[in-house]
Design a protein around this ligand. Sequence first.
Ligand SMILES: NC(=O)N[C@@H](O)C(=O)O
Length: 177
Amino acid sequence: MPSTQSLSIEPLSAAAFAPYGHMLGDAMQWSEPAAVFSNPATDFWRTHLFQPGAAGDTEILWVNYRSRDLVVSTLEVHHLTQQAIVPLTGAVVHVVACSNAQGLPDLDTLKAFLIPQGLGICMQPGCWHASRVLGEQVTCLMLTRRSTTLDLVAHLNGTSAAQESAFSNISALIVTG
Ligand SMILES: NC(=O)N[C@@H](O)C(=O)O
């Protein structure tokens, strides 16, 4: 009987998340002076240029995560759009994996990141993922693609098969602190 794989939660960093997409809200970016500003009252800077995919409409979703089940056996992927998650009310545990040549989760790239309140991530298309919380429900801001949401809702409601997203069962893994 194969033992259940455990996956340790690791802190979010731009370098560690780079294979999966972009970290949002790390240090102020001064690489493009025209896209950054700071004075005694405010700082703002470009942390990422979001890409919803060809002919895609960027959509803002308000998302609640409340699953505390640290056993993960299903991952989800979006084929066309990046997807950004910014936790607003608490931390989110985000499990990710890259796609392999067949478009399935590359289990050698599985990682679990803690996304703290006030930081965020933006996954590239093809990044497999699952989200969990460690306590109470966490509300997040999400950037995604309008057609991917409509497609996902229709799938989740059993109305039609998903075209812009997919789901994959994996050998159960336990996310550990
Ligand atoms: N809305 C939406 O696409 N949600 C999923 O991607 C998810 O992982 O939460």
